[in-house]
Ligand binder design. Structure first.
Ligand SMILES: *Cc1c(COP(=O)(O)O)cnc(C)c1O
Length: 369
């Protein structure tokens, strides 16, 4: 759906890494990559991690999510969102998405908070289960910005921290502000299929200095700095991004503006085609800019979707349905939800189209793959 392109300094930076002997958890590239991500997103701090799921797990813990708490999320998402919240020992609660953004619906969230949640001592509790609602984790689906500004405003009223799963939305903006800079914390992914890749990797971004310091500590085994002693003051994680991966990330960051411009052009061509064919193509809502990570069409019915998937895949064109709803998976089938009307509607109709940077689009592209 989105293959990586290495037509810049990737090879050189990897060779430099190997030549310097700094390939692992220590090295200048990690800090450099963090600074590049902070500068690009406008977040004050960025903390690199081994992958996006680890970033999300750490971010939820940093936001104060404890075992037995609840986290509000969306059922239409990639499994990583829910895996991360399960690692903290929290329970998932699902609210519906909007049909246009395919991300968490602010209206659905408002209804849920109004009807099902009570406030006590500055915290929010689920009336049905009595559990504390410790966080809200919306996701910017396929790089289409969700109504994050409304979601954050609602959660603020209830004292619920927002952790944005911005894994798919590097290069997506709401009113000129980068996605992932609205919540208390946000996470990115640099898996091989994302807009830029470090092979595997993730990032926590935040404007909160104290949280940023804690994030670094928690994700690097919680070691107290000391010239030779090994003292750790809590159960930390080895969620570090190796220097090799960060070197790849530094080179990919140099290419990111080009990738985004080319992907926008690919999307524009889909838009023209779909308009001519009368097919609904997902578009960024007004006032927002998508990174066009994956283009998505919304077909008329499950039957039409299946016919389209069969037709394209049998002819060597890779197309994929949207993820199965989390509530249809064994682990999350008993989770509380609000009916998920739009999520179900989209589950039956959405298909992703090939959205890679085309061969030859980059200067010096070898067209590998
Ligand atoms: C890619 C992705 C992640 C993180 O995935 P990793 O492979 O662990 O980097 C998290 N959430 C969503 C929605 C994703 O698409």
């Amino acid at each position: 759906m989105h293959r990586p392109v290495f037509s810049g300094n990737e090879k050189q930076y990897l060779i430099d890494c190997i030549d310097s002997n700094f390939v692992s958890s220590v090295g200048a590239r990690v800090t450099e990559f963090e600074q590049q991500i902070a500068a690009f997103t406008g977040a004050k701090y960025a903390i690199a991690t081994v992958n996006g799921t680890a970033a999300l797990h750490a971010a939820l813990q940093l936001a104060g999510v404890l075992p037995g708490d609840e986290v509000i999320s969306q059922a239409l998402t990639f499994i990583a969102t829910c895996n991360a919240l399960s690692y903290t020992g929290a329970h998932a609660v699902f609210v519906d998405v909007d049909r246009d953004t395919m991300g968490m619906s602010a209206d659905a969230l408002r209804r849920f908070l109004t009807d099902k949640v009570e406030r006590r001592d500055g915290e929010a509790f689920n009336k049905a289960t009595g559990r504390r609602i410790a966080a809200c984790a919306p996701m910017h689906t396929f790089g289409l910005p969700c109504r994050i500004e409304e979601i954050v405003a609602l959660c603020d009223e209830y004292g619920i921290p927002v952790i944005e799963d911005a894994a798919e939305s590097l290069g997506s903006y709401v009113g000129g502000r980068h996605t992932g800079t609205f919540g208390k914390l946000a996470t990115l992914s640099f898996n091989g299929n994302k807009v830029i890749t470090t092979g595997g990797g993730g990032m926590i971004i935040t404007d909160d200095e104290e949280l940023a310091i804690k994030a670094k500590h928690l994700t690097t085994t919680a070691k107290i700095p000391h010239p030779y002693e090994f003292v750790h003051d809590m159960t930390g994680y080895n969620y570090r991004m190796p220097n090799l991966n960060a070197a790849l990330g530094c080179a990919q960051m140099e290419e990111l503006p080009k990738f985004l411009a080319i992907k926008a052009d690919v999307a524009r061509r889909y838009e023209e085609f779909c308009a001519a064919q009368g097919i609904a193509l997902a578009q960024a809502r007004e006032g927002t800019v998508a990174n066009y990570w994956l283009n998505a069409i919304v077909l008329d019915s499950l039957e039409q979707r299946d016919a389209f998937l069969e037709y394209t895949n049998s002819r060597g064109v890779m197309t994929r349905p949207v993820w199965r709803l989390m509530t249809r998976l064994e682990m999350y089938k008993d989770c509380q939800h609000d009916g998920l009307e739009n999520s179900r509607w989209l589950e039956d109709r959405v298909v992703n189209l090939p959205s890679s940077v085309p061969d030859g689009a980059m200067a010096g592209d070898q067209g590998a793959g």
